[in-house]
Design a protein around this ligand. Sequence first.
Ligand SMILES: O=C(O)c1ccccc1N[C@@H]1O[C@H](COP(=O)(O)O)[C@@H](O)[C@H]1O
Length: 209
Amino acid sequence: MRVKICGIIQPQQSLAIAALGATALGFICVPTSPRYVTIEQIQAAIAPLSDKIDKIGVFANSDITEISHIVTTSGLTAIQLHGDESPEFCTQLRQALPQVEIIKALRVRSLEHLQTTNNYIDVVDTLLLDAYHPQQLGGTGKTLDWQMLQEFKPRLPWFLAGGLTPDNIIDALSKLHPNGIDLSSGVENSPGDKNLDKVALLFQRLNTF
Ligand SMILES: O=C(O)c1ccccc1N[C@@H]1O[C@H](COP(=O)(O)O)[C@@H](O)[C@H]1O
């Protein structure tokens, strides 16, 4: 299972989190986020990492020129689209960056809204489900209604996100079977400052599951 730790700012934490077992690290490229990182910060955080670690840039409603510039200059290997990007936008992004994994995040508002993931099946590689928050785009610590996801079995691999912590992860995985999990605020001291003890506890619990 893929394990993504998102919202990393400090280069030394990226290496430590990869060493603890993360398969993917996420970097927030959304300027309004308290976890926002510049291209230079991403380069510094990525430099010591092995090629086996996925380096995912998180964007929300950015244009293709900007995404392409950040991805190609920073060394990111995947793009997470966390805004209101349409399937047509994803198709155009794929044409611009054919080698890069595209992950479409959906901030799920309802069971009906969840069905919109069907529109992305042919145009992205991976789906990600996060909780809806009326004021914030992500990193909210809010959990999804896991019961609502019981029947979610898309044709694409998917990440479960939204309010996951070392304390609720086993409960989540006993109810749902995502291909990956994504944690941010549930393993940090303050926005962007990850708590390495919580990350270690997460992997300890995952290893016994
Ligand atoms: O973390 C942020 O600040 C952020 C800002 C804008 C878009 C997405 C963001 N983070 C994403 O939020 C989810 C879940 O976070 P949490 O575990 O509930 O804190 C995750 O996919 C992050 O990539």
